[in-house]
Design a protein around this ligand. Sequence first.
Ligand SMILES: *Cc1c(COP(=O)(O)O)cnc(C)c1O
Length: 393
Amino acid sequence: MPVPLLDVNAQNLPLQSELEQVFREVLQHGRFIMGPEVAAFEEEVAQMLEVEHAVAVSSGTDALLMALMALEIGPGDEVLCPAFTFFATAGAIHRLGATPVFVDVCPVCFNLDVEDAAAKVTTRTRAIMPVHLFGQSAPMDAVLALSQKHGLAVVEDAAQAIGARYHGRACGAMGDFGTYSFFPSKNLGGFGDGGMVVTRDAAHAARLRSLRNHGMEPKYYHSHVGGNFRMDTLQAALLRTKLRHYAAYTAARQSNAAHYTAALSQLPGVVVADPAHCQCARHGASAAADAAVVLPVACPGNDHIWNQYTLRLGGGRRDAVKQALLEAGIGCEVYYPVTLDQQACFASLPEASRQGCEVSHQLALEVLSLPIYGELVPAQLDEVVAAVTRALA
Ligand SMILES: *Cc1c(COP(=O)(O)O)cnc(C)c1O
């Protein structure tokens, strides 16, 4: 039985009649731009995340860009962000003329190494962007302490972590801004592109709403430059339908992750990552280097929502294992094969913004993500475990 990396139909088609119903409603009222479903979706997301303001936007990438625009980040500014993340985090900084300064990550939780971030703060640093990678919170107490010490703004990239929590607080709701994505592969996967920005601050929220619509207020008067960052009414209406099922989607992913960990940790040479080494990056890296295979773990205090279930395959065997899984019909992917400090488009950045990301480089060689979507059936989970077992033998 082949197992794809993701099967959007397995989640969406059971909702077909609900989705068709809301489609008909939007078709009939005809308010395709900023229709009532947009505000309703914002309200529901704000409630779920226990945050004051939510602004629905065109994508997770635009959400990041808008948060930095609202902070008036620009030329001469430096912004700290992890070297091991999706490109959009750094792309948003660079598009505004600011300099991304790449921070190494923790080999246990895959998130920003706050000690390394602290070492890279300069007089030009304006903001820090923790990414809650693969569905698990970055170490936010340390991030917030660092930001307070140096007066930095905090923009949380929670594209992969909507609904994940850190000691009870929602990822995205702890900093000045939090951003989310509804790209189909994200945990709350939409029907095309979409995103959200949240903030606890009313003035920030007003600025975001204005930026979303060309900085236009009132109509045809522009005091600052924004863009067309609106979410379609139809997208909001369809996402509201899925939001009602979101807790069950998350529970299914968590159960799949627990199943993999229970089964795979029985194999010889396989260990579960040790949360005691989280945020002691150099130490954790060397400790894990001996083990052939390291399974991911939720660190204490984190409600992990498992956007990805990511193995570390040491000893240069990652590509062979990936090949064996693909040949066995098991979808798998390397998130991410090239760290941001090594991207060609950033080669002309100052040397100082691209150094000291050795753990990230190591991870780029070792990581492999397995299918984790909630609709995997038991036979598929067994298939994945069997194929990994054969590939590691
Ligand atoms: C997906 C993702 C984004 C971008 O979201 P889009 O909606 O695809 O623009 C940004 N950051 C991270 C970490 C992501 O995973």
